[in-house]
Design a protein. Structure first.
Lengths: 111, 288
């Protein structure tokens, strides 16, 4: 899993994930979220456009990131999920908490 | 360990059968289901050096927003303050139980049915008909199980039969059907304690699954029964609710195993899941 962090104003950051978000990459992604929050980026936007596949363990890493960001007074939002990601978010009902945004710009609005 | 069907004893050359030596993945819809239902078989495989893997399916880390009124009521019944509390406590219990059995554990990220929005907002729904939209979870689960790093050639998969009708048990059984259709040996275990406190539920489930499972086979667990009981005791926060029908948990478990095994001694019972294109998710009625 390739992770690129793009700091934004006001303690925000866009985290671009590329690859499969699954059992094999979930630990790395959790650590990346924790590192971003520790670096002062509490308002995270996770760009999922290049994430070709998410399984339930991968979803768990997103939940972990959400909790870490909120513990620091921030939040986590998703942007540009591909169809497979949207499907699993809906099936598991996680889309009730992590509502996907069409663009990272929209996700950053209001942060 | 030798499985038995009626008077038949399985031997080394009989092909896949429950409890057969080899790699095994036990799917537990929730943190305690495998230990409650087939902990003896797990312990026996572990004692034989096979490193069985116990996978909890619907025990994912859950955001608090998904804790609605029904889930809150469940939390209070179990003595938990929050979803995070549930995760911390139940995973610690699961780890302790696995240590007693000698097996490995893995927790998938699916949410328990009580957190899946308004799909199931009461016990009668939790133990009722599966919501149509959720059937799409079945292939996702089957794929995820067969993609686990612990998966190896010859792995047998154990799934709940679905006695009691809990929707998460139904989904897990259906994933087993999909795996069976792919040629993987899959065995359905007798969901306990449902089979103990409502034995007619077993026949009800088998009737609903007519043609979907083969004849039952028994796995003797005399040498592993004590370890199964000790492992169940590790789920301390669950025991008062799960075993509210008895004040003698060890006796209830041992008695059931003895009745199941008959002349064979204490045993656990399994049904081979047949390869079929029809994935069934039958209704149940018992509550927990």
């Amino acid at each position: 899993m390739q992770v690129t962090v793009q700091p934004q104003p006001g303690g925000a950051a866009v985290m671009i994930l590329a690859g499969r978000l699954d059992l094999l990459s979930a630990t790395q992604v959790r650590q990346e979220f924790a590192a971003a929050v520790a670096a002062g980026h509490h308002r995270l936007v996770v760009d999922l456009a290049a994430v070709e596949f998410i399984d339930s363990t991968g979803l768990g890493s997103l939940v972990s990131g959400l909790k870490a960001a909120r513990l620091a007074g921030g939040d986590l939002r998703l942007a540009r999920p591909a169809q497979q990601a949207r499907t699993i978010l809906q099936l598991t009902t996680l889309d009730r908490v992590l509502k996907p945004y069409a663009t990272t710009e929209e996700a950053l609005v209001g942060y | 360990m030798v499985a038995s069907v009626a008077n038949r004893q399985y031997g080394a050359g009989d092909g896949p059968h429950p409890g057969a030596p080899g790699p095994a993945i036990f799917l537990s819809p929730h943190y305690d289901d495998v230990v409650l239902s087939c902990g003896g078989t797990v312990a026996a495989l572990a004692a034989g050096g096979w490193q069985p893997l116990m996978v909890t399916v619907f025990g994912g880390e859950t955001p608090e927003e998904l804790v609605g009124d029904f889930a809150s009521w469940k939390h209070s019944r179990w003595g938990y303050a929050s979803a995070d509390d549930v995760l911390t406590v139940r995973r610690a219990e699961d780890t302790a139980a696995a240590a007693v059995l000698g097996c490995r554990t893995r927790w998938l990220g699916y949410f328990d049915a009580i957190y899946r929005g308004e799909r199931y907002a009461a016990d009668r729904e939790l133990f009722g008909e599966l919501r149509e939209v959720e059937r799409a979870l079945v292939p996702l689960l089957a794929d995820e199980v067969s993609s686990l790093p612990e998966w190896e050639p010859g792995t047998a998969v154990y799934v709940p039969l679905g006695v009691g009708g809990h929707v998460d048990h139904q989904l897990t059984f259906a994933a087993g059907q999909l795996l069976a259709a792919r040629g993987i040996p899959v065995f359905a275990y007798e969901d306990c304690p449902y089979a103990i406190h409502t034995p007619e539920g077993v026949d009800r489930r088998l009737t609903a699954l007519s043609g979907q499972v083969g004849p039952p086979a028994l796995v003797p667990i005399a040498e592993a029964l004590d370890r199964r009981i000790a492992a169940i005791a590790a789920y301390t926060t669950q025991l008062p609710v799960i075993f509210r029908f008895t004040d003698d948990m060890p006796g209830a478990l041992a008695g059931h195993a003895a009745r199941v095994g008959g002349a064979l001694g204490p045993a656990e019972r399994y049904w081979p899941v047949l390869a079929t294109s029809d994935i069934q998710c039958a209704e149940g009625s018992e509550g927990r």
